[in-house]
Design a protein around this ligand. Structure first.
Ligand code: DAH
Length: 335
C-alpha cells in the first residue's frame, strides 16, 4: 500500500476492502494477527491516516475523524468474526485428533501369581508350623565351620572341593546345604528345639534334576523323647499331606556325617523312577556334645529336603531348570 500524503475519503473506504481481503486470506490465527497489526497497529494504515489529519481544519478533522473511526470499527469487527471462525476450526481439529473411541475394548489387568516354589514353601511351612516348629533363617554366605567342620564333614571330603562348592575365599563359601543352621540354632538355643528353615543353597551342578542354585527346607527337633520312629512318622505324615495325588515313598538307609543313623527318602509316581527328595537322621551324639547339649539326656532328629524336587513331583514337571527360566507361560499354570 502506498502511503499517501493527503487523506481521501475514497482511500479510506478502500482500506475496508483491502482489510476484508487480507482477513479472508488469513488461514490461521498468526496470519490474522499480522493483518491486525498491519491495519490497526501503532504504525498501521489507520494510524498513518490519523497522522495525516494534522493538516486538516477542525471541520474536516471532525468529518474525517468520524469516517476513520467507522473504518476502524468495521475492520475490528471483521477481524473478530474471522478470529472466531479460525478458533472454532482449531477446536474442531483438536477434537477430531483427540477423539477417544469408547467402543474399543479396555486393557485387561493381568493378575500375578506366586511362583510354584513359593507355593511349595508356603505349603511346607504351614504343615510344620502346626506342629509348633518355629521358622528361622541363616546366612547364604557361610563359613567352613558351619557348613562343613561342625557337621563332622572331614577336611578331605569330596563335597568340599572346588569342583562342588562355590568358594569365595579360603574360609567363606556359598552354603551348599541349610544344615549349617542346625549348628547356629544349637549354639543359641537350649532344648527343646523345634525349628525349620528355608533358603537358597549352591552347588556346581546343572542338568535336568540339578541347578547351581536351589532351595532346601531344613528341620531340627531336639528334646528328651524324640526317636527315629518319630522322625519317620512326621516325614510320612508330611509327604502324605503334601502330595495330594498317589505317590510311593521309599525310606532307605543312607549316610550323613552329622546324623546316626541316617536315611533318605525317594519318591515315585511311575514305576522304577525314584527321585531322592530328602535326607534325614538322628543328630549325631558327637555334634550334640560339641554344642554342649547332653547327649545322654537329649536326642533329636534333623531332615533336609529339596524344594524343587518336591515341586517337580507335585506338578509333574520333568526338568527342574524350567523353574528358573521365568517363562511366563510355564509360571502361569500354577495356582
Ligand atoms: N544336608 C543334606 C543334603 O544337602 C540333607 C540332610 C541330610 C539334612 C540329613 C539333614 C539331615 O538335616 O539330617 O544333602
Amino acid at each position: 500500500m502506498v502511503i499517501q500524503q493527503k487523506i481521501k475519503k475514497s482511500n479510506l473506504q478502500d482500506l475496508i476492502k483491502q482489510a476484508e481481503q487480507s482477513i479472508q486470506q488469513s488461514h490461521n490465527l498468526s496470519a490474522l494477527e499480522s493483518v491486525r497489526i498491519a491495519f490497526l497497529g501503532k504504525n498501521g494504515y489507520i494510524n498513518q491516516q490519523i497522522v495525516l489529519m494534522r493538516n486538516l481544519n477542525s471541520i474536516q478533522k471532525a468529518e474525517i475523524g468520524n469516517i476513520i473511526n467507522n473504518v476502524k470499527k468495521t475492520i475490528k469487527k471483521l477481524l473478530y468474526i474471522r478470529k472466531n471462525i479460525l478458533e472454532s476450526i482449531l477446536i474442531q481439529e483438536r477434537l477430531l485428533k483427540e477423539k477417544i473411541d469408547i467402543s474399543l475394548p479396555g486393557r485387561k489387568k493381568t493378575k500375578g501369581r506366586l511362583h510354584p516354589l513359593t507355593l511349595t514353601n508356603i505349603k511346607i511351612k504351614n504343615f510344620f508350623e502346626k506342629l509348633n516348629f518355629t521358622i528361622v533363617e541363616g546366612p547364604e554366605i557361610e563359613d567352613d565351620y558351619h557348613n562343613f567342620s561342625a557337621l563332622n564333614i572331614p577336611v578331605h571330603h569330596p563335597s568340599r572341593t572346588e569342583q562342588d562348592t562355590f568358594w569365595l575365599d579360603d574360609t567363606r563359601l556359598l552354603r551348599t546345604q541349610t544344615s549349617g543352621i542346625q549348628i547356629r540354632v544349637m549354639k543359641s538355643q537350649k532344648p527343646p528345639i523345634r525349628i525349620i528353615t528355608y533358603g537358597r543353597v549352591y552347588r556346581k551342578d546343572y542338568d535336568k534334576t540339578h541347578t547351581p542354585m536351589f532351595h532346601q527346607i531344613e528341620g531340627l527337633m531336639i528334646d528328651n523323647y524324640s526317636k527315629f520312629t518319630d522322625l519317620k512318622g512326621i516325614l510320612y505324615d508330611f509327604l502324605n499331606y503334601f502330595f495330594t495325588k498317589n505317590i510311593k515313598i521309599r525310606f532307605r538307609p543312607s549316610y550323613f556325617p552329622f546324623t546316626e543313623p541316617s536315611a533318605e527318602i525317594d519318591i515315585t509316581r511311575e514305576k522304577d523312577h525314584w527321585l531322592e527328595i530328602l535326607g534325614c537322621g538322628m543328630v549325631h551324639p558327637s555334634i550334640l556334645q560339641n554344642m554342649n547339649i547332653d547327649s545322654e539326656k537329649f536326642s533329636g532328629f534333623a531332615f533336609g529336603m529339596g524344594v524343587e524336587r518336591l515341586t517337580m513331583l507335585n506338578y509333574n514337571v520333568t526338568d527342574l531348570r524350567t523353574f528358573f527360566k521365568n517363562d511366563i507361560r510355564f509360571l502361569q499354570q500354577f495356582k
